[in-house]
Design a protein around this ligand. Structure first.
Ligand SMILES: [Zn+2]
Length: 397
């Protein structure tokens, strides 16, 4: 059995035994029966929350910590990891997408994650619905004003001193940007932890997916639910966990298998993964010239997201290759005369092709595009609409 004593993050990294604790998989008939029970609990819940760990992302090719090939297991064996997962091109799993559907239906009220891979956000979980307790390797925050930025590249690791957190970039306000990764021995982000605690206190059902719930203080979230009268704790993990004796339902299987079964019982389809972004096009006539600027936002339209690698417009020899993605045509454009062909190059983590947009200039304008890309189809779907009032402030025109 797993130790009842909880480990601090720095202890946890050195605590994995060289021989991983045996993983256990229940017979499918038992999983079916338990999925039915869990579906019933979800249907009857008023405030359902989910707590995810590394086990939610292993089928996306991202290794866990304590499994047979886990990072800490290999460390305990003195073996280096020879392959490194690229979290930027990892495709969210069935479990990730099931959680997105539950969120969109208003069933899932809050998600607390220990994962730094950013897959919950990319899969479609909205920023206000998640606490990423250990940070996110694509999110950086301004030290001065608190403004957040999401990047289509890893924001950490550029500094020799790992605990420095400075990414080398700056905010629009001039403040220095810090990565959000929580290193061993560092405290958890206060706001994220408090939100997670508030939801744990309200929760009448908490599902743990792919976590050994052994690292403090993150594990205090499911623990709080376990100690609340009438609230139910359900744990799905392949290895034993520290809360096995305190939960109401224990399921030994992969997160994908359980969530696929639960969604079947609920009669909800698991949606396919789509990369969703927002692109803003800002046009400014300047005397006898014409300026076009592009900015990226996340799917919520709330946070700047750097997914543009280069931007070009037909008739302009130069490609803009850095922020701000701004291009100048050396001619005056008459509204309603002449089509512009725009090309946006993306980072291509999902082999997404160039985004090509043809449009007719209709006067000084700001246009917002909702972009969707399904990697299986390989094409962009770009819906265009006039920007809502008040959104201008988001992109610091
Ligand atoms: Zn700032």
């Amino acid at each position: 059995m797993a130790s009842k004593r909880k480990l601090r993050g720095d202890e946890a990294a050195n605590s994995a035994p060289a021989v991983a604790v045996k993983e256990h998989r229940e017979p499918l008939a038992d999983i079916e029966m338990k999925a039915e029970i869990l579906a019933g609990l979800i249907k009857g819940s008023k405030h359902f929350i989910v707590f995810t760990g590394a086990g939610t992302s292993t089928s996306a090719g991202i290794p866990d910590f304590r499994g047979p090939d886990g990072n800490w297991t290999l460390k305990a064996q003195g073996r280096p990891r020879t392959t490194h997962a690229n979290t930027l091109s990892a495709v969210p799993t069935q479990a990730h997408m099931a959680l997105v559907e539950l969120q969109n239906r208003g069933v899932l009220k809050y998600l607390v994650s220990q994962n730094c891979d950013g897959l919950h956000g990319r899969s479609g979980i909205e920023a206000q619905n998640i606490s990423e307790l250990h940070g996110n390797n694509t999110r950086e925050v301004c030290k001065s004003c608190g403004k957040e930025y999401i990047r289509d590249y890893r924001v950490s690791g550029s500094q020799p001193d790992h605990n420095d957190h400075r990414t080398g970039r700056r905010c629009v306000c001039g403040g220095i940007l810090l990565d959000t990764i929580i290193n061993f021995g560092e405290g958890l982000p206060e706001k994220e932890l408090q939100l997670a605690r508030d939801h744990a206190n309200k929760a009448d059902l908490c599902l743990v997916l792919g976590s050994s719930v052994s690292v403090t203080p993150a594990c205090t979230i499911p623990e709080a639910v376990a100690s609340t009268k009438n609230a139910k704790l359900v744990i799905c993990n392949l290895q034993p966990t520290a809360l096995d004796d305190d939960c109401n339902l224990r399921i030994f299987t992969e997160a994908d298998i359980l969530m696929t079964k639960v969604m079947e019982k609920l009669n909800y389809a698991i949606p396919p993964f789509e990369l969703r972004r927002k692109l803003v096009r800002i046009e400014t006539p300047v005397e006898d010239m014409h300026n076009i600027t592009f900015k990226g936002l996340d799917a919520d339209g709330t946070t700047p997201l750097s997914f543009i690698k280069a931007a070009g417009v037909e008739g302009c020899r130069r490609f803009a290759r850095a922020e701000p993605f701004s291009l100048t045509l050396r001619r005056h454009l008459q509204p309603g005369h002449g089509e512009l062909k725009l090309t946006i190059e993306l980072f291509g983590h999902y082999d997404e092709p160039y985004l090509e947009i043809a449009h007719e200039y209709m006067g000084d304008e700001i246009v917002l595009y909702s972009l969707r890309y399904n990697p299986l189809v390989g094409e962009w779907d770009a819906n265009q609409k006039e920007v809502e009032s008040g959104m201008e402030r988001l992109f610091d025109r």
